[in-house]
Design a protein around this ligand. Structure first.
Ligand code: 7TS
Length: 409
């Protein structure tokens, strides 16, 4: 490995779960694409919150509630800084990427799109960036157009240029594919969307744990992320949206906290971002997410990207040497995900045997069935990396594949 200023052995040591012994073997966790493990400091922040700080936010005049509110709003400021958003008004806490996309579909899109208007998605989207638009298609008669990919798992900007028209109202695209690892040129895609007056929504579920994301530089209109994939708790995520859009969007859910005043005749909504946060929020989740972002900021996202790119190169080289193994997704710009199939072996059988060696990989369609259809496979085996993985994890992955292959073929 090249000299990285960060000691990733120390980073790994911060994850208590990695001491787990699975089937008599030390756990090798290679399923961070599904959810990441949590560092000690995130676990401690959650523990401290419930031991010492728990109260509902925005309502109490007593000290404990004021402190919980300060922490919760402090977390919002951390998220703002992490994404380089202009204002905390643009940071809406949600359950995760899925909810963020549904919020945009139900609020912005349902309000602004009409029959025959078009939403463009890529062929490599996760189901959570396909199904909400299909639901809207059924309701409003909008069109859902697919930007196809090539055999490497890459989309072509020229093809997008040829696809957009004055009918296009939204381009909704994943920043990094969970099934292939492809990183999409979302900044350029934003320019193309904007050239016809469309908006762009970016699904950042897989990107935010692995690379620097600057929403102002990308000039995206909406950006979604999930805390649990970036070393934070489950059940918390973020929708970033430009303030001017949020300002005119109708609320997504009604309830407490999102109102300014209510009578039976009329409700006045709260200011941003509270208009979109009905009900008691996931206070500890937001605080835990901020701790995870601090953790990533301290390592430095550019260091993370460099380190994981070295892991990916090493894994690609080693896996390519295995007879009958085909890597699915060979984009030039690719993050720490390696999906593969092996001639004559069902991915689930392979992953089950690998579990016996203490290796956690995912064998599935990865909620991206159109990707499987394109490559004509029922499923792939996917190893996805996090900051805690190392070369020895990959060596054990390779050895386990070899052993399982011998048993199955
Ligand atoms: N978008 C992408 C690109 C994803 O990878 C996922 C989850 C989601 C959206 C949904 O995120 P959620 O936090 O709202 O569930 N991806 C995966 C995966 O690859 N394996 O399990 C979940």
């Amino acid at each position: 490995m090249s000299e990285n200023s960060v000691d990733f052995t120390q980073v790994r040591a911060q994850f208590p779960i990695l001491e787990t012994v699975e089937n008599g073997q030390p756990l090798v966790y290679l399923d961070s694409g599904a959810t990441s493990q949590k560092p000690q400091r995130v676990i401690e922040v959650l523990d401290k919150y419930y031991r010492e700080e728990n109260a509902n936010v925005h309502r109490g005049v007593y000290g404990l509630s004021e402190r919980a509110t300060e922490k919760y709003e402090g977390a919002r400021e951390t998220v703002r800084g992490f994404l380089n958003a202009k204002s905390t008004k643009e940071i809406v806490f949600v359950r995760g990427t899925t909810e963020a996309i549904n919020l945009v579909a139900h609020s912005w899109a349902a309000e602004n799109l009409k029959e025959d208007d078009e939403v463009i998605v890529t062929e490599m989207e996760h189901h959570s960036n396909i199904v909400p638009w299909q639901l809207l298609r059924d309701k409003l008669g909008i069109r859902l157009t697919v930007l196809r990919m090539n055999q490497n798992g890459e989309v072509c900007l020229k093809a997008l240029q040829g696809l957009v028209s004055e009918k296009t109202k939204l381009v909704s695209v994943t920043h990094m594919s969970n099934a292939l690892g492809s990183i999409n040129p979302v900044k350029e895609m934003a320019e193309i969307a904007h050239s016809v007056g469309a908006k762009i929504m970016v699904d950042g579920a897989q990107a935010t744990p692995h690379m620097t994301v600057d929403v102002r530089d990308l000039n995206c209109d909406f950006y979604a992320l999930s805390g649990h994939k970036m070393y934070g708790p489950t059940g918390i995520g973020v929708l970033y949206a430009k303030e001017a859009l949020l300002e005119v969007m109708p609320p997504y859910q009604g309830g407490g906290d999102m109102i300014y005043s209510v009578t039976f005749d009329k409700t006045e909504y709260n200011v941003l971002p509270y208009k979109f946060e009905a009900g008691t929020p996931h206070i500890s989740g937001a605080i835990g997410l901020a701790a995870a972002m601090d953790f990533l900021n301290e390592i430095g996202l550019d260091n993370v990207a460099e380190y994981e790119s070295e892991l990916l190169s090493y894994a690609t080289e080693k896996l390519s040497q295995i007879d009958g193994l085909r890597i699915i997704g060979q984009a030039e710009n690719k993050g720490g995900v390696i999906s593969f199939v092996i001639d004559g072996v069902h991915p689930h059988d392979m992953a089950t045997l690998m579990d016996q060696d203490g290796i956690a990989v995912r064998a599935s369609h990865h909620c991206a069935m159109p990707v499987m259809q394109y490559f004509n496979v029922p499923a792939t085996i996917r190893a996805s990396f996090g900051v805690y993985n190392n070369l020895s994890d990959i060596d054990r992955l390779v050895a386990s594949i070899q052993d399982a292959k011998e048993m199955l073929l």
